[in-house]
Every structure is written in structure tokens, then in C-alpha cells.
Design a protein around this ligand. Structure first.
Ligand SMILES: *Cc1c(COP(=O)(O)O)cnc(C)c1O
Length: 456
């Protein structure tokens, strides 16, 4: 039996203080205050346990970041060992051992040609850095006009203003419009709702053609194209058709625009390979990673780039050429130690090899979901899936925002012991890579039942 008190605070106090003092991100607090709160107390592997002792499968990897499960001994110990040495020292003009070792490992495991690592502490910052780096690079190269960005509709790159300026999800971003960078938004190859009403192959080609128009007409002023390779996450788990990413890379090269690949979500094995860019043998000019970087343990991000870009920043002291950016906790040793342990587990346990049957299992279970009439589309890339719910399958008419259909399905799932979170009408399925087949089947069974129960 679990005690009703947690350390020095009772269950009632936690619930009351939460409502009284906390403002939760991306949460309508009026609704939240009326609902039964879900308060997590501990976890192990893919299982989380709440304050009532009820257990759940962590079906969204604690917001897309957990990789090898919770309380992985190797990562726990790496942090504890580093804590016995020192918790934090700065990287401004000096260094520390875990951040050096991790930088070397990141250069080794990321696509060939990315040779320099710049740390920060979250995905939005990694993108901010990428944007500033691209801009400053062109300034130093004498292209003073290259100050704009190209991006994709439904793109998501974080919530700081620079990142919002290169994102394309109206519902999150339109309110901030007066504050943002200027960017050109190209259509997304969202084939289920192809902007040109085409099939998959033609959708991809048409979208690339449109992007070519954007890049060719603006190549004098474009610093970089920012995109999520293979899967646009927060925009609705939109899986791009094969060849789209390499098509974008070719166009960027042709029109003298840097490619910033945001692998904050898709990096670290989620797509079946370590990095999404590997699927199409693309080396971007700048790569960002964060969520899975240290297995979902603590805030850490990195922006990697090429020698070409790095070298443009070198110069005599008198030239005042410096990358003017840095955060207090840049390269935090505890976070870097955790990241090293995270990467070691990939190798030690051949995690990527072990994903093959899980990805196939997920595919089979997703196929079965199509029997439910509210399921309009299922999309999968590796161990990431999105299930788009529609009111009418023939016309693809979406459920209205007010119907809260995605939320209702997820609340049913929660009753049955699964934590998932929707993106409006898209159910997101993204368990830790360490989930086993029987847990995976169980998770998909719960989703099936919850769909039937909430959408009939
Ligand atoms: C989550 C996310 C970000 C932002 O990361 P934060 O750590 O939440 O700031 C950026 N890009 C992508 C693709 C993401 O999924």
C-alpha cells in the first residue's frame, strides 16, 4: 500500500497548491482546475505511477524526450558520479570534462561533416542559436542582405521568439505575429491533406516545386531554410514522403541557402536510425538536437555545424568576430554526463537493431486502428505515430476544436492506464524506445478501446 503522504506533503496539499500556485505550459488553466489532476510520483522503465498509486504506460515519452525508460541505472549513476565531482562550471572561456567528451561523441555519431558542437539547454535555444549562427555567418561572408528564413507550414521549432518566427502553426503562433522575424512559409508535404489535392508522389513534387519558387525568388535575402526532417512533430506528426528531405537539401544548395535540420524531436533513434537525416544521406549545414539527447533526463541541447561555418567566425581579437551567444548553464556537466551514458546504452544494447520488430509491431497495430470509423489517417515513422481523427472519412471533415475529440480519447486512455496527449485531432504515439512488445501491444489495445469508447 502506498502512503497517502509524499515526503512532507499530503495528497490534498499537492492538489490544492498545484491549483493555487502553478501555471502549466500549453494548458487552459480554467479547464485544468476543474479536472482531476494527474500528479506523478515515481517511475521505472516505461511505467509512471501517480499519487494514488495508479500505474500508466508513458506513451509520449514524457513529452517526446525519454529514450531508454525512467530511472535507467547507467544514466542515474552517471549523474550521481558527476555530482560527486562538480555540478556546474561555465564554458565561457573555460571547459569541463563531460562537455568535451560529449562533443566528440556527438561529432562521431551525427552525419559526416558536422564537426563543431555549440551547447545550450533546450530545443528552442538550439534553434535560436542556429538562426543567429546562419545570419552571422552570411554577415562575415559579405552577404549583408541574407537576413530572412524559409520554413514549412506546420513547422514547429520552439517557443522563444526567434524560434516562433520560423515556425508555422497558426494556432500557437499567430498571436505573436507583430513580434516575429520575417520568414517565407512553403507548403508542407502533408499528403493526407495535400495542398494540391494530389497523391503522395505528386504531393512531394508539387511541394518541392513551390519551395523552389520561394528559394529562387528570395535567394538574395535568405539566410537559411529551417525544417524538421522526415516528421513535423507538433504540427500533427506529419510524415514526409521519401525523397522530400534530399530534395530540399538539393534546392538549398542550388539557391545558396543554408539548411538547418531540426532533429530536436526525431533525433536519437525515434525514426529507426540515430538521426532522421541519415535516411536520405543528408548532411545539413546546421543540426539541432535536444529532447532525446540525454534520454529525457535534464535540460540539454546542442547545435552542430560544419567547419565552413565555424571558420567564418575565426579572426584576430581586433576584428571582434565572436559568436555572441551563450547561456549560464551551457554545457552543464551533469547533463552532459547523462547524455554520454544515454549514447553508450544505444551501443551497448544495440537499441537500433532492437527497434526493428517493435516498429513492425506498431505498424500492424496501427493498421487495425483503421477499423475504427473516426480514424482518417495513420502515419508512422519508426517508433513515432500520429492517428488523425475525422468526423467523416469520405470528406475528411475534421472534428471541430470545441468537440475536444482528441482530448476525450486521451482521457479514456488515462482511465485504462496509458498517458498520451493529442495535438488537436491527432493522437500522438511516441513511447520510449525501450518499450517491449507486450507493453506496446497493451498500449495499442488501450488506444483501440479508448477510440471506440470516445468516438463510437
Ligand atoms: C520540442 C521541439 C522544439 C523545442 O524544444 P524545447 O526544448 O521545448 O524548447 C524545437 N523543435 C522541435 C522539432 C521540437 O519538437
Amino acid at each position: 500500500m502506498r502512503k497517502q503522504t509524499y515526503e512532507d506533503i499530503s495528497k490534498e496539499q499537492v492538489e490544492n497548491w498545484d491549483k493555487k500556485y502553478l501555471w502549466h505550459p500549453f494548458t487552459q488553466m480554467r479547464d485544468f482546475a476543474r479536472e482531476e489532476p494527474l500528479i506523478i510520483v515515481d517511475g521505472k522503465g516505461v511505467i509512471l505511477r501517480d499519487i494514488n498509486g495508479k500505474e500508466y504506460i508513458d506513451g509520449i515519452s514524457s513529452m517526446w524526450c525519454n529514450i531508454h525508460g525512467h530511472r535507467r541505472e547507467e544514466i542515474d549513476n552517471a549523474i550521481k558520479d558527476q555530482l560527486d565531482k562538480v555540478a556546474h562550471t561555465t564554458l565561457l572561456g573555460m571547459s569541463n570534462i563531460p562537455s568535451v567528451k560529449l562533443a566528440k561523441r556527438l561529432v562521431e555519431i551525427t552525419p559526416e561533416g558536422l564537426n563543431k558542437v555549440f551547447y545550450s539547454d533546450n530545443g528552442s535555444n538550439a534553434i535560436e542559436i542556429a538562426i543567429k549562427m546562419a545570419f552571422q555567418y552570411w554577415q562575415y561572408k559579405g552577404y549583408k542582405e541574407k537576413i530572412n528564413y524559409a520554413t514549412l507550414q506546420y513547422g514547429y521549432h520552439g517557443d522563444s521568439l526567434g524560434a516562433v518566427g520560423v515556425s508555422g502553426i497558426d494556432i500557437f503562433h499567430s498571436v505573436f505575429k507583430p513580434l516575429l522575424l520575417k520568414s517565407f512559409i512553403a507548403p508542407s508535404p502533408y499528403c493526407y491533406r495535400c495542398p494540391y489535392g494530389k497523391d503522395k508522389t505528386s504531393c512531394s513534387l508539387e511541394c518541392l516545386e513551390k519551395l523552389e519558387e520561394v528559394l529562387s525568388q528570395n535567394s538574395d535575402t535568405l539566410a537559411a531554410m529551417v525544417m524538421e526532417p522526415l516528421v513535423q512533430g507538433a504540427g500533427g506528426m506529419i510524415v514526409h514522403p521519401d525523397g522530400y528531405l534530399s530534395g530540399v537539401k538539393d534546392l538549398c544548395k542550388r539557391y545558396n541557402t543554408l539548411l538547418i535540420a531540426d532533429e530536436v524531436l526525431v533525433g536519437f533513434g525515434r525514426t529507426g536510425k540515430m538521426f532522421a537525416c541519415e535516411h536520405e544521406e543528408v548532411t545539413p549545414d546546421i543540426l539541432t538536437v535536444s529532447k532525446g539527447l540525454n534520454g529525457g533526463y535534464m535540460p540539454l541541447a546542442a547545435t552542430l555545424t560544419t567547419d565552413e561555418i565555424y571558420n567564418a567566425f575565426l579572426g584576430k581579437h581586433s576584428e571582434q568576430k565572436t559568436f555572441f551567444h551563450g547561456h549560464t548553464y551551457t554545457g552543464n556537466p551533469l547533463a552532459c554526463a547523462a547524455a554520454l551514458a544515454n549514447i553508450n546504452i544505444f551501443e551497448k544494447e544495440n537499441v537500433l537493431g532492437g527497434l526493428v520488430p517493435k516498429i513492425r509491431g506498431l505498424q500492424e497495430k496501427l493498421e487495425q486502428l483503421k477499423q475504427v470509423k473516426s480514424v482518417g489517417d495513420v502515419r508512422q515513422c519508426g517508433l513515432i505515430a500520429g492517428v488523425e481523427l475525422v468526423k467523416n472519412r469520405e470528406t475528411k471533415e475534421p472534428y471541430s476544436w470545441e468537440e475536444k475529440t482528441g482530448i476525450k480519447v486521451c482521457l479514456e486512455a488515462r482511465k485504462r492506464g496509458l498517458i498520451i496527449r493529442p495535438l488537436n485531432n491527432v493522437l500522438v504515439i511516441m513511447p520510449p524506445l525501450s518499450i517491449n512488445i507486450s507493453q506496446l501491444n497493451n498500449m495499442m489495445e488501450i488506444i483501440y478501446e479508448s477510440l471506440v469508447c470516445a468516438t463510437g
